[in-house]
Ligand binder design. Sequence first.
Ligand code: NDP
Length: 246
Amino acid sequence: MSEFAGQTVLVSGATRGIGRAIAGKFLQAGAEVIGIYAGNTDAAASFAEEFKEYSSQLSLLRCDITKEAEVGGLFAMIEEKFQRLDVLVNNAGIRKDALLALMQSEQWQQVIDTNLTGTFYMAKQAVLLMLQHKYGRIINITSPVASLGFPGQANYAASKAGQIALTKTLAKEVAKKKITVNCVSPGFIATDFINDLGKEQLTAYKKLVPMNRFGTAEEVADAVLFLAGHRAAYITGTVLDVSGGL
Ligand code: NDP
């Protein structure tokens, strides 16, 4: 499978969870992958080891997407080394749950800074590069809580709803330039992201899912690769749910 041979793909949060599956599938599909992560070097080393047969296609970098200067430096490197960017997957995200009445300002700000402002910094730089070649695919990983809401996640839900609004707006701005912008919206996916939840809570959440199971990172990655590919050329400004029917 080499659908993405010759393409340059940037994935944020590439070394754990959903991003790891996305980056892995792009490598297997022939892409040059730039994977970024925040600071977990053990996860980065384990990712590099798992995909060592693709090491010539892989650049792994530490880059904090909440820092505009770091994102600027990342894109300067991409332009110099690859001259182009075909696909951006804004996958990095965090949650810091608390009921709104008890939520600290830092909990609000950190989640908005990472999930929404980080998406803005990355998308802005990506679009500037993609416009040069009049081609691009941007896929933002949002969440069903953006429209459903979820107790304890006002910050997270607001950041994810903001991502959808950004996606729909940017999609209209760049549609004529053959750049598509879409969201994938995973339901409950078994990753570190939900590891802190207790067994009882996880069982209760599973009951909310019509398919009665959590999804896998690979199932989310398949949807991302579909939207990044040529078969999705006429799809833009949409949200593709991968949620087992939530
Ligand atoms: P994980 O917690 O497993 O992984 C998060 C990744 O994001 C890590 O690689 C982490 O880097 C990276 N990251 C976090 N903050 C930053 C930052 N400031 N700069 C750069 N990278 C950063 O999460 P998932 O894989 O589960 O989630 C991926 C996306 O999917 C998120 O946007 C999340 O909101 C969304 N999602 C997840 C769901 C789930 O059930 N898992 C459900 C719905 C949506 P490092 O390893 O260095 O810490």
